[in-house]
Design a protein around this ligand. Sequence first.
Ligand code: SAH
Ligand code: SF4
Ligand code: F3S
Length: 434
Amino acid sequence: MKFHLQTWGCQMNDHDGERLSGLLIKEGFTPADSAEEADLVLLNTCSIREKAVHKVYSELGRLRQEKNRRDLIIGVTGCLAQQEQAALFKRAPQIDFVLGTMAIKQLPRLVEEARAGKKRVIDTGEYPDNHLFPPEVARRRSTAKALVTIIEGCNHACTYCIVPTTRGVERNRPWQDILAEVRGLVDQGYHEVELLGQNVNSFHGGCSFAELLERVSEVEGLEWLRFTTSHPMNFTRELAEVLVSNPKIAPFLHLPVQSGSNQVLRRMLREYTVEDYLERLGYLGDGRARIALSTDFIVGFPGETDADFDATLALLETVRYDSSFSFIYSPRPGTAALRLKDDIPSSVKTERLQRLQKRQSELAKASNLRALGTTVKARVESPGPTEAGYWMARTGDWKVVHLHVGLGRSLPFGELVDVTITEAGPHFLGAEIA
Ligand code: SAH
Ligand code: SF4
Ligand code: F3S
C-alpha cells in the first residue's frame, strides 16, 4: 500500500505531516510522490484564510475524479478537518475519513476502518496526550533543519483568527522531552532545529521559554536554534536577552504586529498597543542591529480607515523590517470579527496591500544591500531552484542565498558553508563560495 500526503499551512502543520507520514510508514505503507500512484491520499489542511480552504476543495475535486476510476482512500486532516468535522462529508462525499488536529495518533485506526469499508469514519476528539508524540516516529522531510513542536494550541483570542478553534488551548511538552528529542536529532545528523508553537514564546513546560532556549542551545553539535511564532505580549526581557546574547540562537525574530493602528489592534484583540510593541522590540537593546526582524500584517481589517493604514505604513518605516508577510483580511467562520462591519471596498484592500508590499520590498532590498561584500555562514538546502550550477542556502538571519557553485559541483546538504555575498535583490542574496 502506498500513501501520498499533501500539506498546506504553517510549519507546525508541516511537522504534523511528518508525524502522520511516520505513523503510516510504521503501519507498512510506503510514500508515493503523487496522488496518482497512491492507494491512500491524506490531505493535511490549513484554514487560516479562505484561499487556503479553496486549495483543499479544488484538490478534493481532482481526487474525486481519480476515485471514480479506481480504488482510492481519501483522508482529510489538519485545521479544516478540525473546523468542519463531519460537515466535510456533506460537502465532499468522496472523503473516507476525517481526522482532527488533536487526535493525530488515531490515524492508523481510522485508516484501518476505512480500508475495511466503513463509511464516513471520523475522530475530531481532543486527546490530552496528542502533544506527547513519540519523537522517533516522525519522518522528517528536510535535511537542513528539523522541526520540533514544543507547545500546541493558543490561549489568545484574536478576533479574526481560526487557530484557537482548530488547535484548541495551549498544551506544553515537558522541557525534558524536548531536550531529549533535540539530542536525538543532533545524533541523527541535524545541526539546526526550529522550535514550534502557535505561540511558541508562551511555553511553560516546566521552565520559561528563555530557559528552554538556553538549555536546548547547550546540546553539543547543535549549530543554530530557531523558534516561531512569537506573540508580542509573551516577548519578555529575559527572552530578548537570550536572543541577543546566545550565539547558538539564530539572529532572527518573527514578531507579528498585524497593524500599526491602535484602534485596529483593539478591535483585533491583540492585547497590545503600537507603543507596547515598540517597547518590546526595545528589549533587544544594542543587540537589535544584529537581529533580522520579520512580521505579519493584516490589511483591510473591518473598519480600517486611510489613517489606520497610514499608521501601518508609518510603523513599517519606524521598525524597518527585514521581511514581512501581509494578507488581506479573510473572514473566518465562527470568529468574533464577523460581527464587525466590513465595508472597505475590495479594490481599496488590494491597493493597500500592494502599497505595503512595494514598500516592504524596498526595505528588504535595503537590508540585503547591507550584506553585500560580507562573508557569512549559510546552510546548504538544495540544488537550484531553477538554474543548473546554483544551490540554495539560508543565512542565520533567514535570508535566501542563491549560491553560484558552477556546473557539476555538488554541496553537502544541511552543512554550513562560508559564502561571500555578491548580489542583493529584494527576495534573495546572490553569493559565491568564500
Ligand atoms: N500565532 C501567530 C499567528 C499565526 S497565523 C500570531 O499571533 O502572531 C499567521 C498569520 O496569518 C497571522 O500573523 C496573521 O497575519 C494571518 N492571519 C490569521 N488569520 C487571518 C485572517 N482571518 N485573515 C487574514 N490573515 C490572517
Ligand atoms: Fe491566532 Fe492570535 Fe492565537 Fe496568533 S495569537 S494563533 S493570531 S488567536
Ligand atoms: Fe493553517 Fe492551522 Fe497552521 S490554520 S496556519 S495549518 S495552525
